[in-house]
Design a protein around this ligand. Structure first.
Ligand code: PLP
Length: 382
């Protein structure tokens, strides 16, 4: 094949190759911590904590192909991926410039842990292009953003920020969890490193905790070195489930994104909502940017309830099919209040600085039938 294979082909086959006679069509699970090592050999030791179990290697090969990255490595969670990706490019004394619009757990990691390693972090609103240049310090080494932000579904101008990081010789790390490589491939837009919580769209069935980092070989080698020392390797079964989930990633993204459009268009007309946050809506502040850099507007919808916190709780309590649980990107639709879940570590002032009100719920549209999803929401409002 001379053209670059599409996302489904890459996820199903990896970079296409002919399997040898007798080979299993599907990667078997190597549920083994260790592997026979040749006596007297100085070859690399195969050991599951090292990230070189065949399931870990295979899922990483496919994910690297999806992101268009030289290499990738999987870890035990999205948080492990975020932590080690940053530790791979930052050293004591360095400064990290981060977007303020990020997952609460990432914010807590930066605030509670990075200082202990001599890394300072400051935050800016990512929609202020001039601020990026102004806030860079002599000791700044890296910039971190989420491409589609948690929880407000703002879309960040990765190509614009990449121009600044390239000029200044900084590493640009992008958390691509909400978009997935089907909708956005940060490396094609000038980012250096991609981070993802594979717990979400890559695995896609709310049954795995996993994370991954993709990028140039030297960065992935450094993440792998840290992985071997700190130990957050992915279990082979979780790696296998993630590989299986990835095979339907593009199909799921299509369906879930179509459901998000249906829900967003339905919600816009309802008096119960004072705001509908989905980048596919023309009134969304980043609609033009999203249309120009994304291959789809995503399956996450934010809903601001006009009745505030009480109305949000009522909605969450009354849905019958949609699952009230603090995660996203499963085949089942999930609803949560970020104030009490993904962003509970933040003070009210910090949440306000991020721009989300208390009556805000985050709906992760799954792959059910759109009519049933809307009927469930409608019933809960009624
Ligand atoms: C954008 C984003 N990044 C990273 C993470 C952390 O992922 P995990 O729960 O797999 O550690 C999350 C979790 O919700 C997330 O939403």
């Amino acid at each position: 094949m001379s053209r670059r294979p599409g996302a489904s082909t890459l996820a199903i086959h990896g970079p296409p190759h002919r399997l040898p006679d007798g080979a299993p069509a599907v990667t078997p699970i190597y549920q083994s911590s260790t592997f026979v090592h040749p006596v007297g050999s100085t070859e690399e030791v195969r050991y599951t904590r090292y990230g070189n179990n065949p399931n870990q290697v295979e899922v990483a090969r496919r994910y690297a192909a999806l992101e268009g990255a030289e290499r990738a490595i999987f870890l035990a969670s999205g948080m492990a991926a975020t932590a080690l990706a940053h530790l791979a490019v930052l050293a004591p004394g360095d400064h990290l410039l981060a977007s303020r619009w990020i997952y609460g757990g990432t914010r807590t990691l930066f605030d509670q842990e990075f200082g202990r390693h001599g890394i300072s972090v400051s935050y800016i609103d990512p929609d202020q292009p001039r601020e990026w240049r102004r806030q860079i310090r002599p000791e700044t080494r890296a910039v971190f953003v989420e491409a589609i932000t948690n929880p407000l579904m703002r879309v960040v101008d990765v190509p614009g920020i990449a121009k600044v990081t390239r000029d200044r010789g900084l590493a640009l790390l992008v958390d691509n969890t909400f978009a997935s490589p089907v909708l956005f491939r940060p490396l094609e837009h000038g980012a250096d490193v991609v981070i993802t919580s594979a717990t979400k769209y890559l695995s896609g069935h709310s049954d795995v905790i996993a994370g991954a980092v993709a990028g140039p070989a030297p960065v992935i080698e450094e993440v792998t070195r840290l992985l071997r020392n700190w130990g957050p390797s992915i279990d082979p079964h979780a790696a296998w489930l993630t590989e299986r989930g990835m095979k339907t990633l593009a199909l799921r993204m299509d369906r879930a994104t179509a459901n998000a459009r249906a829900v967003a268009e339905w919600a816009v007309g309802r008096p119960e909502f004072s705001g509908v946050h989905w980048p596919g809506l023309e009134g969304h502040p980043d609609h033009q940017l999203a249309a120009s850099i994304l291959d789809g507007f995503g399956a996450m919808v934010g809903l601001s309830l006009a009745g505030g916190t009480k109305a949000a709780e009522r909605l969450c309590a009354r849905v019958r099919m949609v699952v009230h649980a603090p995660s996203l990107a499963g085949v089942e639709s999930l609803i949560s209040e970020p104030r009490l879940t993904s962003h509970r570590g933040l003070s009210a002032a910090e949440r306000e600085a991020m721009g989300f009100p208390d009556g805000f719920v985050r709906l992760s549209c799954g792959c059910e039938d759109a009519e049933d999803l809307i009927a469930d929401l409608e019933g809960a409002l009624g």
